[in-house]
Design a protein around this ligand. Sequence first.
Ligand code: ATR
Length: 281
Amino acid sequence: MSRPITGTTLVAGVVGNPIAHSLSPILHNAWLDAAGIDGAYVALEVKEDGLQRLVEGLKGTSFRGLNVTLPFKTDALAAAGHIHPRARRAQAANLLTFAEGRVAADNTDGLGLLAAFNEQAPGFDPAAGPVTILGAGGAARGAVAAFLDAGCPQVRVVNRTLARAEALTAELGGDPYGLADAGAAFAGAIAVVNATSAGLADDSALSFPLAATPEGCVVMDMVYKPLVTPFLVQARALGRPTVDGLAMLIGQARPSFEAFFGQPPPRDLDVRALALKALGA
Ligand code: ATR
């Protein structure tokens, strides 16, 4: 990076805990460089209860805004005066913007998810059939809302704790399934999305009957470390097309960049290659 930081540099950032390994600064600063924008994007680590104070302190300043990652996506809603309907539906925000002393919360994770399908499964139409989401936590909520909003005729939510899947679908729509019925939830699905945290710590923990999916069913994992998760390995072994979590990460970053810096990031820069390098992949 050769851009000088000056008194007019626009600053935005990402907040989380931990945050040191976030790929967001790499993506945003590369786009700033390529677009020739006088801007900078920094990573901020705050303590568990620190988001509210950070936002209070920044909102009257020239700071443009924040991406918000774990564990603050729910706290981010509480810190905002205006909440976009899609963030309210997801009950989580990954984007806070500051203007004229006001804080607005949005959620671009759903846009990122659909952008990832668009990019890695060209021709995929979310309105063309049932989609199955694995998990019923915050990540799954956002995915269910995104597919329903995109016109998906049926969203099936499979969760280890059936009651959570029932609560989620009662609120947002869709049909709940327990793990024992995962095969039925996979039958006829045009896509399966892993939005559980299973496999993050123990790869063997996630054994879903992916063979029950029809040929051509697109299998996606939100996890991007490793890039090809054991879940995606299983899908590829069955010949299913796959979508990875890095495409979603980049997909949520694009509308965030535009919200901070007033223009979409340049398309011609291969930020995926930069991210892969940072991941050591
Ligand atoms: P997040 O907000 O990131 O989605 P979360 O709210 O903790 O995180 O949700 C984690 C999800 O992963 C849940 O759906 C959880 O299932 P339960 O609701 O039954 O806890 C799911 N999950 C975590 N470990 C799992 C495992 N080993 N097998 C299956 N599902 C698992």
